[in-house]
Design a protein around this ligand. Structure first.
Ligand SMILES: Nc1nc2c(c(=O)[nH]1)N[C@H]1C(S)=C(S)[C@@H](COP(=O)(O)OP(=O)(O)OC[C@H]3O[C@@H](n4cnc5c(=O)[nH]c(N)nc54)[C@H](O)[C@@H]3O)O[C@H]1N2
Ligand SMILES: Nc1nc2c(c(=O)[nH]1)N[C@H]1C(S)=C(S)[C@@H](COP(=O)(O)OP(=O)(O)OC[C@H]3O[C@@H](n4cnc5c(=O)[nH]c(N)nc54)[C@H](O)[C@@H]3O)O[C@H]1N2
Ligand SMILES: [Mo]
Length: 667
């Protein structure tokens, strides 16, 4: 008998937030397809989520709570009941707090879910009330977020569907063919209508292959390139004088800071032709509407915040706003002013803040004294920098580690207590996109698999067991969702739309035009081209360039971008083969490396042994090993993250993954 598909929505860490239709047969997921509630999905979803049932029912799925019996990292556990597991954890939370102070508890969570209900609700309540350390979630989007806030107060960006109206599309440090696939058809449609396409990326990505101009710059040199374009626009009389006078501050100062960056100087630093940068500048000056898709690739280095600020300054300098299909897109999360704080019912404490990039250092430094690490929505051994230190920290006998997970990840193997979590198909979620402008309600479509429980249930129970719960607080998905919506001006309208259509659009609507429907949300409503806060924060000031950290011994830049196989490290258990490091034919030849050879990638922090793939898609001086791979994807169990420094970006305290400098040799 044919069953009606059940509507759902994907809350994984991807901009697109697809609506889904899930066919359930005899209580099990039989098929996952795209839905239509989110207009960008149009029935089409990625292959990863299409086969998400393999994640839900796979052999790595955690089915019961468990306690470690082997050595840390060995991955040997024995099942215990929920009552026992929560008993251990509650007792340990209380004893660590009593003996070492609340700050010795470090909650560690990040990209597992973009849903409103599974992070910063009952978990925050528990950790706030225990006085635990607070986590600065900086591993992604911290510098882009700081720049977008400083310049524009996080003004919502150009909608994917409006890209068809653009005459010029610049894809800058993004690879939507892997990381947000629904933008790609709109880019292709615009090209069919005659739009030009420019891609700025050290790799020849699928869109770079179809581009009119591909600037394959060295990683970390976006800032000089963008400043050279700004300088050229201003020098050649293409700056939008009236727009800047009415709607921006700081243009003269920005121009002054761009002064050292002639096309030739920027070209030399970026390792590209000056002609290419001039062509970008000219195309940008002449085309209208012109849109920039700014990604996250350019933020993950020492210059990240300034680079993103300079790229975001371009549409203001050249006067590209005010038309459908003109402006920029970064993260559209700023379109949502919903907050989970009304559901937490507890002010944030003033306990110490730990930057998540420093997990390794914090776990291994006696000064920082972490006694209990509680990991959820995150796989830090696979995703944080300085994997060597993270591993050493997780091996500590005197560290009690709780891992609340869906599957046996690299991090989960180090747990003292494992708690099995539901996937989004087994619980109610309320999720928003950060590319697509949608908020969706996704009710559970199947019962929890095994004994899995939702985050909000488990943390509410831990509040009770540690004695910090208060009567009448929202705990269920429904009550938490109601509390979040009630706390919002538009909450009732969202609620009604979610009930009726399962989808709500932000106040700005699904396709806002910048400077027509939406404006900067800065204090004076203007674009701040040199925001004071960022200028104070950046060592050496905003738009100051920090040179390449390469050394003679470690001359190659390692970048670790997203791929179509995983979402960060999520789904990594489903891809067990060795993952190759990609390098250019010239770099390979110089080192006597042929396609398929076994190689060692090394630097001062560690090494990775894996196969080499020689490809002209990577520029000279750059090697690529994707983010999110697991220990089973390399010969020695270390991944790109063992090579990544834990230094911080110029603003936002973000990760400098792409500042990893390495040497590669035959192994
Ligand atoms: N399939 C899939 N989708 C995802 C994810 C995933 O892992 N898999 N991850 C999600 C998450 S968490 C995020 S944050 C987004 C990220 O989405 P994207 O913004 O696309 O981020 P990345 O893949 O990190 O990098 C994008 C591009 O930047 C290039 N790049 C690296 N360094 C530099 C540089 O210095 N300058 C320039 N101009 N380019 C550079 C890389 O070669 C890469 O092609 O995608 C989300 N979507
Ligand atoms: N080398 C390198 N490393 C990187 C990057 C890079 O560019 N280079 N980029 C980074 C970026 S962009 C990001 S966003 C981070 C992401 O890094 P992480 O925050 O570690 O995100 P994921 O790897 O997706 O892991 C999320 C985990 O949460 C689990 N999970 C999902 N839903 C739930 C739930 O409801 N409850 C519980 N308890 N668990 C759940 C999933 O099973 C998964 O194992 O990685 C960063 N790491
Ligand atoms: Mo991310």
């Amino acid at each position: 008998m044919a069953t009606e598909p059940v509507p759902s929505a994907c809350p994984l860490d991807c901009p697109d937030a697809c609506s889904l239709e899930v066919t359930v047969e005899q209580g099990r997921i039989a098929k996952i397809d795209g839905g239509h509630a989110n207009p960008v999905t149009e029935g089409y979803i990625c292959a990863k989520v299409r086969r998400f049932a393999d994640h839900v029912y796979g052999k790595e799925r955690l089915l019961t709570p468990a306690r470690r019996v082997g050595r840390k990292g060995e991955g040997r556990f024995e099942p215990v009941t929920w009552d026992q597991a929560l008993g251990f954890v509650a007792e340990k939370l209380s004893s660590v707090r009593a003996e070492q102070g609340g700050e010795a508890i470090l909650p560690f969570s990040y990209g597992g879910s973009n849903g409103y209900l599974s992070q910063d609700t009952t978990d925050a309540r528990l950790f706030y009330r225990l006085g635990a350390s607070r986590l600065a979630r900086t591993v992604c989007a911290a510098p882009t977020g700081a720049a977008a806030k400083g310049l524009y107060g996080k003004m919502p960006g150009v909608a994917y569907s409006d890209y068809v109206h653009a005459r010029l599309i610049v894809i800058w440090g993004a690879n939507p063919s892997a990381s947000g696939i629904h933008l790609v058809p709109y880019v292709q449609e615009a090209q069919k209508r005659g739009a030009k396409l420019v891609v700025v990326d050290p790799r020849r990505t699928p869109l770079a292959r179809r581009a009119d101009l591909h600037l394959a710059i060295r990683p970390g040199t976006d800032l000089p390139v963008a400043l050279a374009v700004i300088r050229w626009l201003a020098d050649e009389g293409h700056a939008a004088g009236d727009f800047l006078a009415d709607h921006a501050t700081g243009f003269e100062e920005l121009w002054r800071r761009a002064e050292p960056w002639t096309l030739e100087h920027a070209a030399e630093v970026a390792g590209v032709d000056a002609d290419g940068i001039e062509r970008l500048a000219r195309l940008y000056a002449e085309a209208s509407p012109a849109v920039i898709r700014c990604g996250w690739g350019l933020e993950r280095n020492r210059n990240g915040g300034s680079a993103v600020a300079a790229v975001l300054a371009l549409p203001a300098v050249a006067g590209k706003f005010g038309l459908r299909g003109g402006g920029y897109t970064l993260s559209n999360s700023g379109a949502w002013t919903l907050s989970t704080s009304p559901a937490i019912r507890e002010p944030e404490p003033s306990s110490r803040i730990v930057n998540m990039n420093h997990l390794g250092e914090v776990l291994t430094s006696p000064k920082a004294s972490v006694g209990l690490l509680f990991v959820y929505n995150c796989n830090p051994l696979a995703t944080m920098p300085r994997q060597d230190l993270v591993r050493q920290g997780l091996e500590r006998d005197d560290l009690f580690t709780v891992v609340f997970e869906q599957v046996m990840t690299d991090t989960a193997r180090f747990a003292d207590v494992l708690l099995p979590a539901t996937t989004f198909l087994e619980r109610t979620e309320m999720a928003r996109g950060y590319g697509a402008y949608v908020l969706q309600r996704a009710p559970a479509v199947i019962d929890p698999v095994g004994q899995a429980r939702s985050n909000h249930d488990v943390f509410a129970e831990l509040c009770r067991r540690t004695g910090v719960a208060r009567a009448g607080e929202p705990e269920s998905a429904e009550d938490l969702a109601a509390a979040i919506l009630e706390g919002h001006l538009q909450g009732a309208a969202f609620e009604a739309a979610l009930r009726r259509d399962r989808v709500a659009f932000p106040e700005s609507g699904p396709c806002p035009v910048q400077f027509v429907d939406v404006f900067p949300r800065t204090d004076d409503g203007k674009v701040h081209l040199v925001p004071k806060d960022l200028d104070r924060e950046a060592p050496g000031g905003l738009y100051g360039y920090w040179p390449d950290p390469a050394t003679e011994g470690h001359p190659l830049a390692l970048v670790s971008p997203a791929t179509d196989k995983r979402i960060s490290s999520t789904l990594g258990q489903l891809h067990r083969g060795l993952v190759p490091v990609e390098m250019s034919p010239r770099d390979a030849e110089r080192r006597g490396i042929r396609d398929g050879d076994r190689v060692r990638i090394r630097n001062e922090f560690g090494e990775v042994v894996c196969p080499a793939r020689v490809t002209p898609d990577v520029r000279d001086g750059v090697v690529v090993l994707p983010k999110g791979i697991w220990s089973h994807n390399t010969e020695n169990g270390a991944t790109s993250n063992v090579l990544c420094p834990d230094t911080l970006t110029d603003v936002g305290g973000g990760a400098c993954f792409n500042d990893a400098r390495v040497e590669v040799e035959p192994a």
